[in-house]
Design a protein around this ligand. Sequence first.
Ligand code: ADP
Ligand code: ZN
Length: 203
Amino acid sequence: MYQGSRRGWMEIIAGVMFSGKSEELIRRVRRAVIARQHVQVFKSHIDDRYGGVYAISTHDGSALHAEPVDSASAVLRQVRKDTTVVAIDEVQFLDAAIVDVATELVTSGRRVILAGTDTDFRGEPFGAMPALMSVAEIVDKLHAICVVCGEPACRNQRLVDGLPATYESPTIFVGGSESYQARCRHCHEVPKADAKQTSLFGA
Ligand code: ADP
Ligand code: ZN
């Protein structure tokens, strides 16, 4: 619907880890290049898990060159005058100013594609993702497969030394002994550090 528009718009690819956000971002960028658009791809410098900070890689090994950025304002500084499509991966790690920056890029006539994890390991909204999803024209929420039960997964399970991370753990946990799994709401575990879980429904 928006492909032929000369005006800018914003599209969000949201979802948990392993849901295929990077695959989808790469697919859209490759199609934009085929359409002879001038594309710039950015990625938060925090995430350098696969292939170094200069690439967006998917969990199945596909890759695309990307420019690392440490802030929303860095995106604005690095966008070239003739760029018509701006794509950013791991956008949940950028500061809140990304909402204004993305809006400014759209207002100046660019297509802006933003991929990010919309919930943190607790299952709570992550960074600027909720605000971006509100102001975007198009939002796609992707799901992974729950590694426990096989149903669609919408939560990031953080494990530290193989055990579910407690609610009080930091939101961004770089370089620790943690790992992540995709899980559904029902198999997702976030224990409180101080033992007994309380239920809204009593007992
Ligand atoms: P994201 O950017 O959302 O983290 P990627 O695009 O990097 O996702 O990777 C998606 C790929 O991860 C899938 O196509 C699949 O090959 C692989 N994968 C590994 N574990 C899972 C899982 N639990 N559910 C779905 N896909 C998975
Ligand atoms: Zn499950």
